[in-house]
Design a protein around this ligand. Structure first.
Ligand code: HEM
Length: 506
């Protein structure tokens, strides 16, 4: 057995000098590097206080002061922040092969079966396999088309729910609640082949509460293990780890139950439509050996549910907010929908291709209010340079999509809501124009753009066709608050409340 005195000498004569050499070398290396500018970090916590409650706003202010490429230290993690299109293009296009890794965060790892999903996986074989299968089998254009009738039915239920909730235009309705409920039902139907709730009951369903808890934890509220990897035990003391375990267990048993139910339903009634879950289960035993594990399947279900619901609901809530604040634009959009639909009661999928102005309204909404203003951070996979600055390997990278959409270098009057700015413009949001990247870019660009837009456009067009919208009595457009609530998905501090009257001029 090693004696205590031997251990003490080992510590004093070997470990201490080694640690000293490590830190001296590390510091010297960092000081000889040409690092980007940035606010001076505080001891231990670094620039953590700069993140604030609404990270995309606080970080935007920092970029106004220090520039579009900033260096920060969040706890122990060296970080850079990108806030303009030129640097974003460098990260997401020219050097995408170096920056397409996701930073592994303990919080997200716990919730995603050890990063076995697409969104939080590092750039490794797991991600490559899932992304390939996802693009070919799950998010493909054929799948978008195959859900057309379910999507249409859900829109019809939504319109009835709004009519009932507003009692012919006499009661204001909470747009956020109703939209989140709608998108949950659409996504659940597409995933499991069933609705999540009976009409109007979304907010009291335990599943809905579980999802809200999940999203709150995925907000950029880091656990200690994320920022001080050597001190992850703090999360046990603060109760953070317990909270994660608790939500994870609820989510996992919800997935297990839903999968069991689906398998039973197939056995009982046969399979009339191939839902997302069916596609994933079929990929469990493929001949080419690219089989999915059960954990990977549940992790992808998580991807679809968290990525597909609140993002789409936020897009329409912001679009309606912008319209109600700009009556002329509202009128133009509504007039177009009613002209194209010409006498029909509702907008159908085939009408959407003719709704040119409506699409400009959505594009302008995504520019001003990207639903994911600060996507989950990337990590550099090796030492590199951007604009002459050194970026060491393992640097965490944030790209502020909110700042990019409002950069006066690219956008005239960036704070104004002007869909016409896209008239005769070739700029699209599919990842090739870096001044407009609400879905991100490069290898990790959102694979659900077509799904998201199919649901958003049909729902939004019908809201404009079927109802006339007003602010509740006594409220003017100046009273609409435009502040942001904390959260990974950007929403207004207070939900938009509107009165829906059955349309007169259809
Ligand atoms: C308006 C709706 C949506 C918006 C604004 C949006 C936005 C985004 C953004 C900004 C990212 C991060 C990209 C990056 O890191 O560069 C992302 C990733 C992702 N999105 Fe979406 N999304 C939407 C809808 C959807 C839908 C409907 C689905 C699935 C059905 C989906 C699935 C995903 C997945 C799986 C990823 C992770 C991709 C990866 O890391 O490889 N999204 N999304």
């Amino acid at each position: 057995m090693v004696k205590e005195t031997q251990l003490a000498s080992l510590y004093v004569f070997i470990l201490v000098p080694l640690l000293f050499l490590f830190f001296t070398f590390h510091r010297r290396r960092r000081t000889t590097l040409n690092l980007p500018p940035g606010p001076p970090p505080l001891p231990i916590i670094g620039n953590l206080l700069s993140i604030g409650k609404i990270p995309h706003l606080s970080l935007h202010l920092l970029s106004q002061k220090y520039g579009p490429l900033i260096q920060l230290r969040l706890g122990q993690i060296p970080t850079i922040l990108i806030s303009d299109a030129d640097n974003a293009s460098e990260i997401l296009k020219s050097q995408d092969h170096i920056f397409c890794n996701r930073k592994e965060l303990a919080t997200l790892k716990r919730l995603s079966y050890g990063c076995k999903n697409i969104a939080f996986s590092q750039y490794n074989d797991n991600w490559k396999q899932l992304r390939r299968l996802g693009t070919q089998e799950v998010f493909s254009p054929n799948k978008v088309i195959s859900f057309e009738s379910g999507r249409t039915e859900e829109v019809d239920i939504l319109l009835k729910t709004i009519s009932a909730a507003s009692s012919g235009g006499s009661r204001p309705i909470n747009m956020r609640e109703i939209l989140i409920c709608f998108f949950n039902n659409v996504i659940y139907r597409e995933v499991f082949g069933k609705r999540i709730s009976v009409d109007g009951e979304c907010w009291i369903s335990p599943i809905q509460n579980m999802l809200r808890e999940l999203l709150m934890l995925m907000n950029h509220d880091f656990g200690a293990a994320d920022l001080f990897p050597s001190m992850g035990w703090i999360d046990l003391l603060t109760g953070w780890r317990g909270k994660l375990d608790n939500v994870f267990k609820k989510m996992d048993s919800f997935f297990e139950e839903s999968i069991k139910e689906r398998l039973l339903a197939i056995e009982r009634d046969g399979r009339h439509q191939v839902y997302f879950l069916d596609t994933l289960l079929n990929l469990q035993n493929t001949k080419d050996g690219a089989s999915l594990s059960f954990d990977q399947i549940k992790a992808i279900l998580l991807d679809i549910i968290i990525a597909g619901t609140e993002t789409s609901a936020a897009t329409i809530e912001w679009a309606m907010t912008n319209l109600i604040r700009n009556p002329v634009i509202f009128n133009n959009a509504q007039e177009e929908v009613r002209r194209v639909v010409a006498g029909k009661e509702k907008v159908r999928v085939s009408d959407l291709q003719h709704l040119h102005y409506l699409k400009l309204v959505i594009k302008e909404t995504l520019r001003l209010h990207p639903p994911v203003p600060l996507p989950s951070p990337r990590e550099s996979m090796k030492d590199t340079k951007i604009n002459g600055y050194d970026i060491p390997a393992k640097t965490m990278v944030f790209v502020n999509l909110w700042s990019i959409g409002r950069d006066p270098k690219y956008w005239k009057d960036p704070e104004l809501f002007m869909p016409e700015r896209f008239e005769n413009s070739l700029i699209n949001f599919k990842g090739s124009n870096f001044e407009l990247i609400p879905f991100g870019g490069g290898r990790r660009i959102c694979p659900g753009i077509a799904f998201g837009m199919a649901n958003v456009e049909l729902c939004f067009a019908n809201l404009l066709q079927v109802f006339d919208w007003e602010l509740p009595n006594g409220m003017t457009k100046e009273d609409i608050e435009m502040g942001y609530a904390p959260g990974l998905v950007s929403t207004k501090t207070a939900p938009l409340t509107l009165v829906a009257k059955p349309a007169l001029n259809k």
